[in-house]
Design a protein around this ligand. Structure first.
Ligand SMILES: Nc1ncnc2c1ncn2[C@@H]1O[C@H](COP(=O)(O)OP(=O)(O)O)[C@@H](O)[C@H]1O
Ligand SMILES: CCCC(=O)OP(=O)(O)O
Length: 353
């Protein structure tokens, strides 16, 4: 039986679209959205029609016959109370997303874009390994404020996809390994995986700074900034996500450019780049005691893991914990398609929201 599956991955500045026939990639496109194109939209949800039209244009360009599709799968976003694995996008999930129950993030559009294509065709739409899929152990959820619980939020889809590849490389099952995975992209998150679950993680706003995010800042500094009268809520969030990190310091989030600056003798860029590696290493170190240091492999993945300069600096500080596997880039489109394929083949069951 052959299944054609459309994967959709909305990021903050791009929408990736890929078509798979079973495990085989038919085509993959990355639609880049400029800041100018996105500027008319106050909220990320307002971009739905704009992104949907961009996807339709790609489907037309590749001559995709919509009635041939078996399912559409989108990146899952920041809805509360999600588990890992696949979910059927149903009207309840759609309403929750449109009703603002999810914290703002481009990934929330994944379910909506998938549903919009699939529903008129009478085929299922899914999300898979959503950003907020929560597998934390009870102890990891506790904070020092009784009314505040830590909730998992990390690059679940790519972390799990890369973990499965590392497990396969070593002839093991992901579920039988303990892996400490750092996703080094425009945002950075780190997760400790045990028994096939992310049992604790450091979010992009709670650990190392990254190419475009502030990472963790002492809480009282943030309280002061919020009440300074200088920034409104949206501006504060922009400082944390989008305009923080290396971009705030150096005017660019492009690590390839930053490495050129370093190579041409820019000492400030060198210190900042080293500080990013130092903070990633500290984040990895923070999670190792969760499993009493018994980690099989540390995995460095995401776009920045293409950089030998960066991965060498991190490796030097964390190799005492476990051997380091470098898995550069991301495999999110394939991970989405393979998740949907397992559901279509009856190897996994889609959950209902
Ligand atoms: N060869 C490379 N060397 C260093 N950094 C890279 C390289 N390729 C991509 N990057 C960096 O990876 C980051 C984007 O990571 P990626 O995982 O692709 O994106 P996102 O987090 O936006 O999905 C950017 O900071 C980019 O500069
Ligand atoms: C840590 C949450 C997931 C996330 O930030 O995704 P992007 O880096 O793709 O924005």
């Amino acid at each position: 039986m052959s299944y054609k599956i459309l994967s959709i991955n909305p990021g903050s500045t791009s929408t990736k679209v890929a078509l798979y026939e079973n495990e085989t990639l038919v085509f993959s496109e990355n639609i880049e959205h400029t800041a100018e194109e996105l500027s008319p939209y106050e909220e990320v949800l307002d971009q739905l029609e704009f992104r949907s039209e961009a996807i339709q244009a790609i489907l037309k360009k590749h001559g995709v016959v919509l009635s041939d599709l078996a399912a559409v799968v989108g990146r899952g976003g920041l809805l509360p109370n999600l588990h890992a694995g696949g979910y059927l996008v149903n009207p309840h999930m759609k309403e929750a997303l449109l009703g603002g129950q999810a914290s703002p993030h481009a990934s929330n559009l994944g379910a909506l874009l998938a549903y919009e294509i699939a529903e008129p065709l009478g085929i299922p739409s899914y999300i898979y390994d959503a950003v907020m899929a929560d597998e934390f152990e009870e102890i990891a959820k506790i904070t020092g404020l009784p009314d505040v619980q830590r909730q998992s939020m990390c690059h679940v889809l790519n972390m799990k996809a890369m973990s499965r590849k590392v497990a396969e490389k070593h002839g093991k099952r992901y579920e039988d390994m303990t892996l400490l995975v750092a996703h080094l992209g425009g945002g950075i998150s780190i997760g400790i995986h045990k028994g096939g679950k992310i049992i604790d993680a450091i979010r992009d706003d709670a650990g190392p700074f990254s190419p475009e995010r502030s990472g963790s800042i002492p809480l009282l500094y943030i309280v002061d900034m919020c009440y300074s009268g200088i920034y409104n809520r949206k501006e504060m969030i922009k400082r944390i996500r989008g305009m923080g990190g290396l971009k705030a310091h150096l005017g660019t989030a492009d690590c390839r450019r930053i490495e050129k600056m370093i190579e041409s003798g820019d000492e400030r860029a060198k210190l900042l780049y080293e500080a990013q590696a130092y903070q990633v290493a500290k984040g990895i170190g923070e999670l190792a005691p969760v499993v009493s240091g018994k980690v099989d492999y540390i995995i460095l993945t995401g776009g920045v893991a293409y950089s030998k300069m960066m991965t060498d600096m991190i490796k030097e500080r964390v190799e005492f914990i476990a051997p380091v596997e470098i898995m550069p880039g991301e495999d999110e489109m394939e991970a989405l398609a393979l998740g949907a394929l397992r559901i279509l083949r009856g190897e996994e069951t889609a959950q209902e929201y």
